[in-house]
Design a protein around this ligand. Structure first.
Ligand SMILES: *C/C=C(C)/C=C/C=C(C)/C=C/C1=C(C)CCCC1(C)C
Length: 237
């Protein structure tokens, strides 16, 4: 096996572009922190950390893919276990001024770890039980959706009187509901799972790489736009 990107290796291509776009997004979020009000600086820092942690993992995943043409499952889940709780922290930072309590953050983090650890068990350890573990994992995701669409996070957001925060919260929830649905679709391409029949044509890594680009960079950009908007408004009046 040649350890370089071969023509026609579409998945390999997305590992390279994933690496580079995560890196570029990190530099962008880190430098743009200068331009926003102090109260949003931590949110932008966390956005940059999410894409930076992903960039480092993409660097390694790219290497595994080139060497083996197999899923870099371990690096993938280590990345998610670090970045998904940080995305939960973004919800907390956004809603802090509106009165969000730390308990909400811990519940979101616990649910996301449950979702990812059980997902890993079905992808990396017992792939013959992928449907069972995929189902268990979905309970964690469902809890997160409950918390932001019907639970305390939703309540706090609806009581906020900052329209920029409200808009950003609504878009971020959309990412968790629709953008995150990309991942279980990738998972179901595993042998023995519901979408196995698509497997020779669509590779799980292609779906996961698209999901990461949409969710990690998109999430950060929503927070960035909110922070800039809020900063401009506060400086005007
Ligand atoms: C930056 C990485 C993100 C936002 C990763 C999100 C991952 C998920 C929402 C994964 C969810 C899964 C299920 C809901 C069931 C099947 C197993 C998983 C782990 C793929």
């Amino acid at each position: 096996m040649e350890l370089t990107l071969q023509p026609g290796d579409v998945i390999g291509f997305t590992f390279f572009t994933g690496y580079m776009s995560m890196m570029a997004a990190s530099i962008f979020f880190f430098l743009e922190r200068e331009r926003v009000d102090d109260k949003w600086k931590t949110s932008l820092l966390v956005s940059g950390l999410i894409t930076f942690i992903a960039a480092v993992h993409y660097f390694y995943m790219r290497g595994v893919w080139l060497e083996t043409q197999k899923s870099p499952t371990e690096f993938r889940y280590i990345d998610w276990i670090l970045t998904v709780p940080l995305m939960c922290a973004e919800f907390y930072l956004l809603l802090q001024a509106a009165g969000a309590k730390i308990g909400m953050l811990w519940r979101l983090i616990a649910a996301s770890l449950f979702m990812l650890i059980t997902g890993y068990i079905g992808e990396g350890i017992y792939p013959e039980q992928t449907i069972l573990w995929g189902f268990i994992s979905t309970i964690g995701w469902a809890y997160i959706i409950y918390e932001i669409f019907a639970g305390e996070a939703k309540k706090v957001a609806s009581e906020s009187n900052d329209k920029n925060v409200k808009t950003a919260f609504n878009i971020l929830r959309g990412f968790v509901f629709i953008g995150w649905a990309i991942y279980p679709i990738g998972y179901m391409l595993m042998p023995g799972n519901f979408l196995e029949f698509l497997n020779p044509h669509i590779n799980m890594n292609l779906i996961y790489n698209i999901g990461d680009a949409v969710n990690k960079i998109g999430f950060g950009l929503v927070i960035y736009v909110m922070a800039i908007q809020s900063t401009l408004e506060s400086r005007k009046g």
